[in-house]
Design a protein. Sequence first.
Length: 434
Amino acid sequence: MKIAIEGCAHGDLDNIYATLQHLEESENIKIDLLICCGDFQAVRNENDLESMACPVKYRTMNTFWKYYSGEEIAPVPTIFVGGNHEASNYLWELYYGGWVAPRIFFMGFAGVIWFGNIRIGGLSGIFKSHNYYSGHYERAPYNNSDIRSIYHVREYDVHKLMQIEEPLDVFISHDWPRGITDFGNSEQLLRHKPFFENEIKSKTLGSQPAEELLKKLKPSYWFSAHLHTKFAAVVQHGENGPITKFLALDKCLPGHNFLQVIEIESDAGPHEIRYDEEWLAITQAYNPYFPLSRKSVQLMAELPDLGYHRQHVRNCMKEINMKPFDFTMTVPPHDPTQGKTASPASLGHVRNPQTEAFLQLLDLYYLLDYAPEHATPNRSPVSSMIRVKDENEIVLDDADDDNVPDDVDEIEVLSQQTMTNPNEIALHENDGDS
């Protein structure tokens, strides 16, 4: 199976797909899957731009809306995780994962899926310590703090991923795992990004939760973006343990290393996205403890009986053969011939039929529009699995120090000369020098 890895998409799907098709034609290959590592910007209309945390001058429609509306269809099955520049109101509709457009699948705030016989895990967002132990308290329409904090990684989602025991082939995050620069050519990285030096020396570059997940899950491959540069590393887990091949890529701009194709052994196909039984069991087991307030919480070590939940998931998912529910449009798409699109998204949360069907099938309550200040009649009580750390509200800064300057260069389809890099790092199963 040939998988294309792309760094930060920033909503420019037309050029990303055109580059893939050019590569297929020039190299005479067929790409089976595209993985995007965040800042996907699934912006459906002008109202979605208001839920995207970035300077106003960068809030542009770009081209995702064409795929959402059906004007264009993704030529390659596509999966992605969220970053720190997203239409957060839309991704929150699909917190558990789902189709943002036909053939384009969001992994959720955390998730595990299968593509063919390749098992893929993902974590959305970036790590900020002041929000890590909070619940998911943000609700649309977002204020100036919530529009940034909503994409901050939460311990609840990481804790669920830490329960995974079965092997992962691929893991995707927007942030780099902390300490990953120890396993690659950090000197070359610093020649390109000299302002990373202090963070590398102090071991603060990257995400602590991602580092913990890397050590626990030990996937064969780990892909990231966020820092707008290409960097490869090889992590040996223990003296004779498994190896993780790490690759971070740039954003989609001419002359930037934003795309690389790898080959992973797989069955002959056809390849399609399916739910993962172990992950759904974890999701079902932990959903009653979903923290939804601003209060700082920390999950205790108490573990549910996943064997029971796996059997329940197996029975539930027979109905749909483990396949995600069909894509459904929930707000009007952008119309370039009209002015600003009227959309219920500007009024608050929109319930996505995919999420409703998913929760109904697993016998779970819908909590994504739960307001912590009001009682909810059907919610399971919080048990001792959650411990309140701090009763005080957390004050959020209006801006995040994301270490990544935004560019506004026009993105073009890259030439073959741009795509074929003589310094490209081989990530094939055999660690050759080619």
